[in-house]
Design a protein around this ligand. Structure first.
Ligand SMILES: Cc1cc2nc3c(=O)[nH]c(=O)nc-3n(C[C@H](O)[C@H](O)[C@H](O)COP(=O)(O)OP(=O)(O)OC[C@H]3O[C@@H](n4cnc5c(N)ncnc54)[C@H](O)[C@@H]3O)c2cc1C
Length: 284
């Protein structure tokens, strides 16, 4: 395990990057988790003209400018997806597949997931539907598991699960090369419903085919906040914070799209700044 950081930042969009920048300026030890490409939502913007100091350009141009800034400050993103964060009283444990990290404070900057839940997904949470395949894999020893993955990071989780489960079905919701163990069955169909009675029994696809399964993992770009941090208070579908970006959990702050609309780069960056300064003053 690594040392206990002052601040762990989860998310590498404008909110997380701005938090990291300010943690660095405040001379706090920190770690920032996210993606090598920072955020899909920056890269995908066809045109950005509402970010102060950035006169006009594409999302890619803005991304380059963010990347240059963090490079200059010596900030490196840890390309890992945090599955769960536990508050231990005066510090936090962050779980990543088989690893864990510790930090005195946490800043959640995870963005929002635009994909709508599948029919039946919410109904069967904890009854065969899960969001962390590696955490729950031991429950599926010898069983049939379906992994619906919205990104490449899901491939590593699927490979891990395939060593324990009887059969693994991988349903990619993206195009790619799929670096998967030979034993994994890839299904390139669109899932539309998760079916069951007291627990999950099948996945229904758009083409009308049904797949019998004991469990379904949905590996999305952002884990739902309440799954990520047990006990986190939510209001109108977003993490509830005060003006200092404090959540209801001591030492846990949040910023960016995950705390509410309007979904904007500059709002996210501003809130990331406030969250880092609040974490710094909490640390003393
Ligand atoms: C096509 C498009 C165009 C847009 N155009 C504009 C525009 O012109 N102007 C504007 O102001 N806004 C625009 N937006 C909105 C803007 O993209 C968002 O408001 C902004 O990106 C939110 O920043 P964020 O840091 O809160 O989250 P995000 O940018 O969503 O970043 C969150 C990051 O955290 C990572 N993450 C999530 N969960 C975890 C986890 N558990 N572990 C590790 N990493 C995790 C995600 O993978 C992601 O990289 C646009 C959005 C889209 C989709």
């Amino acid at each position: 395990m690594d040392s206990r950081y002052d601040i762990a930042i989860v998310g590498s969009g404008p909110a997380g990057l701005s938090a990291a920048l300010n943690a660095k300026i405040r001379n706090k030890s920190f770690i920032i988790f996210g993606n090598n490409n920072l955020s899909d939502k920056i890269e995908k913007a066809p045109k950005v003209n509402n970010y102060l100091g950035f006169t006009s350009g594409t999302g890619k141009n803005l991304l380059e400018s963010f990347q240059n800034h963090i490079n200059k400050m010596g900030i490196e993103i840890v390309n890992e997806r945090i599955n769960t964060i536990y508050s231990m009283g005066d510090y936090f444990t962050l779980m990543v597949n088989q690893k864990m990290y510790e930090a005195k404070t946490v800043i959640l900057a995870t963005g929002v997931e635009y994909t709508k839940p599948l029919k039946g997904e919410e109904e069967f949470i904890g009854k065969g539907v899960g969001y962390c395949a590696t955490c729950d894999a031991p429950l599926y020893k010898g069983k049939r598991v379906t992994i619906i993955s919205y990104n490449e990071a899901g491939e590593e989780e699927a490979n891990f699960v395939s060593e324990l489960a009887g059969e693994v079905f991988f349903v990619p919701m993206y195009k790619g090369d799929y670096k998967l163990n030979d034993s994994i069955n890839v299904i390139k169909e669109t899932p539309i419903e998760i079916i069951g009675e007291s627990k999950v029994s099948k996945v229904l696809f758009k083409n009308g085919e049904e797949l019998e399964t004991d469990g379904v993992f949905l590996l999305k770009n952002a884990v739902p906040p309440t799954q990520l941090v047990p006990g986190l208070e939510i209001e109108d579908g977003h993490i509830k914070v005060d003006r200092l970006m404090k959540t209801n959990i001591k030492g846990c702050f949040a910023a960016g799209d995950c705390i509410g609309t309007p979904y904007q780069y500059i709002k996210s960056a501003g809130e990331g700044n406030v969250a880092a300064l609040s974490a710094a003053s909490y640390l003393g």
